[in-house]
Design a protein. Structure first.
Length: 556
């Protein structure tokens, strides 16, 4: 943000370290995603934080994929993560690594701990290990394998690597303290056997390091000075420090900040994967998803997301952030950059009875009143126009300043018209609105002397193009679906997407390209979708012009 703000607690730590000359005054952070899904808005905060700190303090930030679980990881996720990060930041990272780059070095670290008598191979099953873990009030029990000799452990660990055992048949555990008050230090797992194809190393390995063993050591290998993660890892920090201390390697330090949950959605990759796999949404980039790719497709801008992350800041306590704040940031950005265009979402025909048959006018209209450099464009005008159905009322309500029998409005950038009558079908629906126009009221050269209170948008019937418009709303009906009873999917909002198959748009929109943003006058901000073809344009509504949910909340 442009205005001055106080330092967050991580900046205070970094500035103190720099002042004390720690790590030679260098700042080196990293963003370590697991390639088992697409990035979401929570990851966006971490990206902005880690890369932002490195940029602010003239340091470096590595992108490192935590690819230690071959069962859940895919190259598709790796590529999507890289694309999302570059799109969000607007630049590429300093270095790109994978935990799998370090598999041999991590294996040797494990051998070192075995040689020091600080790790052992355990024959216990996962269930047996869990049963002997103890509780917060009771100590755990030592494994019968805990006192194996160094030589035997080295031989067994080598045999694990050579593929001589089945999945789950053996593990490598750190030898710490089965009575430790922190349960994570009760002889934690370091390696497990997984005979699975890895997206980078293929079938070279059948043993894979656990997160707690791979993460800190990867930080150390890369000389990460400030390893920043979310608050749920605070209890992992003593183990992070223990491994680094016992190995005597570069002393990377872990710091935790609170994750920010977003209202009316879920932030768990496991739950997001369920939504995708069970077809509750149309893929990871569905515009209703809180993924970066979904938000980009919906029409959210990178700048708006960065501004949102900066606004919510960094804290030590978790809280729920209102989705309305993110939408506000999107509106603020698009208001400055999106051209104003005309599109009629719920059309009814307006006939100008006294406009000459076959005549056409061309009007110049401003593209963006917030940006003079955006220039103007031409709008064709004819006898028959499409207008919004809501812009006409047979019996107008009080303070209704649009079309009604006898009332006048300004057609945006064109003429003043007066409603003279209307037609209905057999069901009682209005099919046509009949108006007369005042030729002397031409926009830019109005000599009528009239002032009208209402202005409406329109599209010439003779020149209109058609498009499909998708109106998106909150994915869930409740603020925090994860905290509600039962299956979180039962709270999915059935009205989270509404498709309007035939919307009339002005001809200038016929050349809209994927990702281009527009303000549909009086209707919201929209983005051309990737489903658009030469035969059919598709637009997604990014946000409405105003926070309608906040308005409804006040009514309640």
């Amino acid at each position: 943000m442009s205005e001055e703000r106080s330092l967050n607690f991580l900046e205070e730590i970094i500035e103190k370290d720099i002042a004390e000359g720690k790590n030679g005054g260098l700042v080196h952070t990293r963003f370590p995603p697991e390639p088992n899904g697409y990035l979401h808005i929570g990851h966006a905060s971490s990206i902005c934080l880690n890369f932002g700190l490195a940029k602010k303090y003239n340091g470096k930030c590595n992108l490192r994929f935590d690819d230690t679980n071959p069962v859940t990881e895919e190259t598709e996720y790796v590529e999507s993560i890289k694309y999302d990060i570059e799109w969000l930041l607007g630049y590429k990272w300093d270095n790109e690594f994978f935990a799998s780059d370090y598999f041999e070095q991590l294996y040797q670290f494990a051998v070192t701990l075995i040689e020091k008598g600080l790790a052992y191979v355990d024959d216990s099953s996962a269930e047996e290990i869990a049963a002997t873990k103890g509780s917060t009030t009771e100590p755990g029990r030592n494994s019968p394998c805990r006192d194996r000799s160094v030589a035997e452990n080295l031989q067994l660990f080598a045999a694990m690597r050579d593929g001589k055992y089945k999945d789950g048949e053996k593990t490598l555990r750190a030898k710490i303290d089965m009575a430790h008050p922190n349960l994570l230090l009760r002889d934690p797992l370091m390696y497990r056997i997984k005979h699975a194809h890895h997206h980078r190393t293929g079938d070279k390995w059948c043993i894979y390091p656990m997160y707690d063993f791979a993460h800190g050591q990867s930080d150390s290998i890369e000389h990460i000075t400030h390893s920043i993660c979310t608050l749920e890892f605070i209890h992992h920090r003593p183990l992070y420090d223990w491994f680094i201390e016992k190995l005597g390697i570069f002393p990377s330090k872990q710091y935790e900040f609170a994750r920010r949950n977003l209202s009316y959605t879920v932030m768990s990759k496991r739950k997001l994967l369920q939504l995708v796999n069970e077809n509750h949404v149309n893929g990871w980039d569905d515009p209703r998803m809180p993924t970066i790719s979904g938000m980009r497709r919906r029409g959210y801008t990178a700048k708006a997301i960065r501004e949102f992350c900066d606004t919510i800041g960094v804290a030590k306590r978790e809280n729920m952030v209102d989705l309305g704040l993110l939408e506000f940031c999107v509106r603020e950005d698009l208001n400055k950059t999106a051209n104003r265009v005309m599109a009629v979402l719920d059309p009814v025909k307006l006939v100008i009875t006294n406009y000459p048959d076959g005549q056409e006018d061309i009007f110049e209209t401003i593209n963006n009143p917030e940006d003079e450099s955006a220039g103007t464009r031409s709008l064709p005008f004819s006898k028959e126009l499409w207008i919004e159905r809501e812009d006409f009322m047979e019996e107008p309500a009080k303070k209704f300043f649009r079309l009604a029998p006898g009332q006048m409005v300004r057609l945006k950038s064109a003429y003043i018209v007066k409603c003279e009558g209307f037609k209905k079908d057999e069901a009682g629906n209005v099919t046509e609105v009949h108006c007369s126009y005042l030729p002397e009221s031409k926009s830019g050269n109005d000599t009528s002397g009239l002032t009208v209170k209402g202005t409406i948008h329109w599209v010439s019937v003779a020149h209109a193009k058609t498009a499909e418009v998708r109106l998106y709303d909150r994915l869930f009906k409740v603020e925090d679906p994860s905290s509600e009873e039962g299956d979180f999917k039962s709270y999915i909002n059935p009205d989270s997407m509404k498709v309007l198959p035939q919307v009339y748009i002005e001809p200038a929109l016929a050349v809209a390209k994927e990702g281009e943003h527009y303000q549909f006058m009086r209707k919201g901000y929209f983005c051309a979708d990737k489903d658009s073809t030469s035969e059919k344009l598709v637009f997604n509504r990014a946000v409405t012009l105003k926070d309608t949910w906040a308005k409804e909340a006040k009514k309640g």
